[in-house]
Design a protein around this ligand. Structure first.
Ligand code: 4AD
Ligand code: MG
Length: 477
């Protein structure tokens, strides 16, 4: 007999005879009530076992974590909180789970403990919900761009280009580690480690994406990217997923419009399609907030926060205006930002970004026109000669969620910038071809997918929104 998903059983409009469900036992109460979960929904279905006619041996094997198959009928439930339950006629243990040893006991576990058990944490309510929301959000990303006629491009994972010029790359080698090519001085010659050439794992698909935008008009990438930055923060991963649209003939304003519209669409899509999971995550957060001091509690429940982002304009401010705001601000009595930012041209630290978003504007902020010297080489220089058409989108509780820009479309200006930064023109000959042949104004951005999932789920550590986080301490799975 084909089994029916728990979600479909719970959404049934009638009682049903002869149904089968398969899943994992969450709890088993009074030798009679199984809370069964199969991953299709946050909700468990209650299965009522005919314990008088079930052998003791079998009852003993109904333990948290065990895989079971239940056959019976879907009947109206007398218990509170659920419309239907399964009256079990036949119960089969598919896979035992030693109750003493199963790490996911039905109690509250710390997030640290769960991270160490990334392969099992998905069996908890919270991680099941997070991973379903993540999946729906990835679908929403494709849905948004496909509806608008963007072409999905798969850019290389192994590449010779350092797209960001920041040097935070994992080297790739095709050679045995004890036989790497050496320079004359006897050091490893990284320029030759991939079949005689130098390569690394991609930090961004942007440069390749630009070449496709200059033919297909509007493209997007959605793939894994890698950064060898040894930063142990709750916002950074060594392996994360990035969405990078690139559009020919778009200027910086069009780019900001696209990013804002895109984010609102995907957030709304999650709200419309992940109701039960988001309600569960909101409840989890409310509980967590109760244990914090009043001053640290967040002002808005999760769903209200998502609604706010969907329905309100993001505030657009230039870097220069933002620095003026920060200079004049007194975030608390002891400390003034003016001591930190006294020079125009410094990069904003996360405490500045958070102040702007959470205290000053109290909404998502798009900062644009940054000083050229703190941004990547490919950004379009403004007429003032010192700022570039960059934009970062800052979100409450997250900080930077998007980084993007209008690109420098002028061949000479771009080459000059590369020279000044010591970027090898010959290595990027193919990129420069976009400016040699039919160059035009174009723009794009990168959205860090995990930061989006953080925002939508209300989680606070990026390690908790990706199935198997890759960080300096964690890569064993
Ligand atoms: O600001 P970034 O470095 O921009 C780029 O890579 C551009 N090439 C994008 C483009 O214009 N096509 O990264 C873009 C976004 C950040 O805003 C952030 O959300 C995310 O990627 N991000 C990270 N997410 C998790 N862990 C990390 N280590 C991240 N580094 C960047
Ligand atoms: Mg950035």
């Amino acid at each position: 007999m084909r089994h029916t998903k728990v979600k479909d059983l719970l959404n049934s409009t009638t009682t049903l005879q002869e149904i089968n469900a398969k899943g994992w036992v969450r709890t088993f109460r009074n030798n009679q009530f199984i809370a069964l979960n199969d991953g299709s929904t946050i909700n468990n279905i209650q299965c009522v076992v005919d314990f008088e006619n079930t052998p003791d041996e079998t009852l003993k094997r109904i333990t948290t974590g065990a895989a079971v198959s239940v056959t019976g009928s879907l009947v109206e439930s007398k218990g509170a909180g659920q419309k239907y339950e399964i009256q079990v006629n036949k119960l089969e243990i598919l896979g035992d789970s030693d109750a003493e040893k199963f790490p996911m006991q039905p109690k509250k576990h710390s997030l640290e403990f769960l991270r160490e058990n990334a392969h099992l944490r998905v069996r908890t309510n919270a991680f099941g919900a997070i991973m379903r929301v993540r999946s729906v959000l990835s679908f929403a990303v494709h849905s948004y761009f496909q509806q608008k006629g963007f072409v999905y491009v798969n850019t290389p994972i192994i590449t010779g280009a350092d797209a960001e010029g920041a040097g935070e790359m994992f080297q790739v080698t095709s050679l045995p580690l004890d036989n790497l090519p050496k320079t004359e001085e006897g050091n490893i010659d990284y320029k030759k480690d991939f079949f005689g050439k130098h390569t690394n794992l991609t930090v961004s698909g942007q440069l390749e994406g630009e070449t496709f935008a200059m033919a297909l008009g509007q493209i997007y990438t959605f793939g894994p990217t890698f950064r060898a930055e040894n930063s142990n923060t709750s916002r950074h991963l060594a392996e994360f997923w990035m969405i990078e649209p690139e559009v020919a003939f778009n200027d910086l304003n069009d780019n900001m419009d696209l990013a804002e519209d895109f984010i609102k669409y995907v957030v709304k899509y999650a709200v419309d399609n992940c109701g039960d999971d988001l309600k569960f995550l909101e409840g989890r957060l409310i509980e967590e907030e109760k244990s914090k001091p009043q001053a640290d509690r967040s002002e808005m429940p999760l769903l209200e926060k998502l609604g706010f982002v969907m329905n309100n304009d993001f505030k657009r401010v230039s870097y220069t205006e933002a620095v003026d705001i920060l200079r004049d601000s007194t975030p608390n009595k002891k400390k003034k930002f003016q001591y930190i930012i006294n020079e125009w041209g410094a990069d904003l630290q996360s405490e500045h970004e958070r102040y702007l978003v959470e205290k000053h504007f109290k909404c998502p902020v798009i900062l644009f026109d940054y000083p050229a010297n703190i941004k990547a080489f490919y950004m379009r220089l403004n007429e003032d000669g010192k700022t570039v058409r960059a934009m970062d989108i800052l979100f409450p509780g997250i900080g930077e969620i998007v980084g993007g820009s209008q690109r420098e479309e002028r061949f000479d200006v771009l080459v000059e910038k590369m020279k000044a930064l010591g970027i090898d023109e010959e290595e990027l000959w193919w990129y420069l071809d976009t400016r040699r042949f039919g160059s035009a104004v174009h723009s794009g951005f990168g959205l860090g997918f995990e930061r989006l999932v953080l925002f939508v789920t209300g989680m606070t550590n990026i390690r908790d929104v990706i199935p198997f986080p890759r960080t300096p301490q964690n890569a064993e799975f």
